[in-house]
Ligand binder design. Structure first.
Ligand code: ZN
Length: 301
């Protein structure tokens, strides 16, 4: 690999504490650290008095209590959801009940895929149904804050980013994170859409990103470009493997992921599969029969 993604692992925070980050942005971090969530889910609070919350987080009592306690005397008027993974949307329900607040999201889990007739696997928050379904370009106006909805499918088919106009900032959910690349898990995750959604961000003018996990990202254009380069280099590695006569994903993974612990080969294989689905879309490769993790692939010459 030649592209080095400039990840940041520094994250100053304290669990269950509402911390002021900028004039309009505060954040509480939930205690759900893991290999997918970094130190935990960062629930953002926008504005003062009448506030919006972005990604309420997982159903963890102390996290929900911390939000209620630290927002005493204020009111959550909008609950915005970037996407419906279990570490993002479940806590919407108790907050909604407490403040009688409507929830805003692109749709339920799998919304962007079900519309195309593709069944979506379990693993998301299947109970979540937004009160208000939002689309790309929608504006949500609060008290002293303005949010533009930016549809960014890829990590999930219902993923939304939220632009805070007053600070020229973008809440990027799990689409772009500072500490890791995003997991693209087919069929709900889709590499073709993910790459298009990276381009959507590249074409915009926000100065700073606030992902749901980890700290903010500043040099945003270079950061996005390094993600795009990284994925294109993976595609080139796949083409090289096919050229050398490897036709199955299980044989390519040890060649491509020389620095990865073999225990992680399963995740690596799913990532290669996601990349290959995009390469099928772009006509660079073909597959005998229905594409799958165990399928046989070949170069299109
Ligand atoms: Zn996610």
């Amino acid at each position: 690999m030649t592209t080095k993604i400039p990840f940041t692992f520094k994250y100053d925070f304290e669990y269950n504490k509402l911390e002021q980050l900028t004039p309009l942005i505060r954040r509480v971090t939930a205690r759900n650290p893991s290999g997918f969530t970094f130190q935990g889910t960062g629930t953002y609070v926008i504005g003062h008095g009448d506030v919006a919350v972005i990604d309420p987080g997982p159903m963890i009592d102390e996290h929900i209590e911390a939000l209620k306690e630290s927002l005493k005397g204020e009111k959550i008027t909008h609950i915005l959801i970037t996407h419906t993974h279990m570490d993002h949307s479940p806590a919407a329900e108790p907050l909604k009940a407490y403040w009688a607040t409507p929830t805003y999201a692109y749709g339920p889990h799998g919304a962007g895929r079900i519309e195309q007739g593709v069944p979506v696997e379990e693993g998301g928050d299947m109970d979540f149904k937004p009160d208000v379904r939002i689309k790309n370009g929608d504006i949500i106006q609060g008290k002293n804050w303005t949010i533009e909805c930016v549809y960014t499918p890829g990590h999930t088919s219902n993923h939304m980013c939220f632009a805070l106009k007053e600070e020229n900032a973008l809440f990027t959910g799990d689409h772009v994170m500072g500490w890791s690349t995003s997991v693209i898990g087919p069929p709900d995750g889709n590499m073709t859409e993910y790459m298009e959604s990276l381009q959507v961000l590249l074409d915009r003018d926000e100065d700073i990103y606030w992902p749901t996990h980890g700290t903010c990202i500043k040099d945003v254009k270079n950061y996005i470009q390094s993600f795009i380069n990284h994925r294109l280099e993976r595609e080139q590695q796949i083409l090289d493997c096919l050229d050398e006569g490897f036709s199955m994903i299980k044989d390519m993974v040890p060649v491509m992921y020389t620095e990865t612990d073999p225990a992680m080969y399963g995740a690596a294989a799913r990532s290669v599969f996601a990349a290959m689905l995009r390469m099928l879309d772009t006509g660079k490769i073909s597959c005998d029969g229905t594409p799958s993790l165990t399928g046989e692939y070949r170069l299109v010459l």
